[in-house]
Design a protein around this ligand. Sequence first.
Ligand SMILES: Nc1nc2c(ncn2[C@@H]2O[C@H](COP(=O)(O)OP(=O)(O)OP(=O)(O)O)[C@@H](O)[C@H]2O)c(=O)[nH]1
Ligand SMILES: [Mg+2]
Length: 198
Amino acid sequence: MENYFKKASFIKTVVDKKEIPSDRKKEILFVGKSNVGKSTLINSLVNNRKLAKTSSHPGHTKYLNYYLVEDKFYLVDCPGYGFSEKRGKDYKIYANLVEDYFKDNEYLKLVVFLLDSRHLPTDDDLDFYQFLLSTNYNFVICMTKCDKLNMSMKAKINKNLKEKLNINKDEVKIFLTSNDDARLIGNLKAYIETVLEG
Ligand SMILES: Nc1nc2c(ncn2[C@@H]2O[C@H](COP(=O)(O)OP(=O)(O)OP(=O)(O)O)[C@@H](O)[C@H]2O)c(=O)[nH]1
Ligand SMILES: [Mg+2]
């Protein structure tokens, strides 16, 4: 089994729902707070560090970015939430865009919800998680940046999810990810494939 998708290309940046590529295909959306590693995870899945732009500064991805993978489906990179500089006019555009995106989107097959494995989820994570549950879309959780964890932090992941988001590890699909751990990326890739086949 290959750990990565083979072929991917940038299609377009979408600022308004009307601009979603007219050639509609199944979509996998990556969401989570700013700087959690959404763009990096997309790059890892397609084994191309240069495809989606990443940055150590939060608030880097501003709009929805569509990447066509293996000519079959889209990985969609979302701007992050919980970044204070986004308040104001920009924030409104963002909130409307994301909210609109979730409305009756029959092509959205999976939401990959990213959380930083090093920390207790934030209030913003909780808000978003509640919104996500209310939408009824199929979702998984990715605990990112696992390479930065020591043993005791690793042992706390499930406890943190339970404490802040009331998530039970047996009820929700949870993946650990790290940008250069091929096996962990491969696990997520395999799951995405089963969703796309379904
Ligand atoms: N150590 C480590 N760093 C990571 C990992 N994933 C992402 N990062 C780093 O985290 C920072 C943010 O990554 P991005 O992928 O740009 O985060 P994002 O969620 O797309 O951020 P926004 O677009 O601002 O919402 C970058 O400096 C990445 O190199 C990981 O698995 N391990
Ligand atoms: Mg990004």
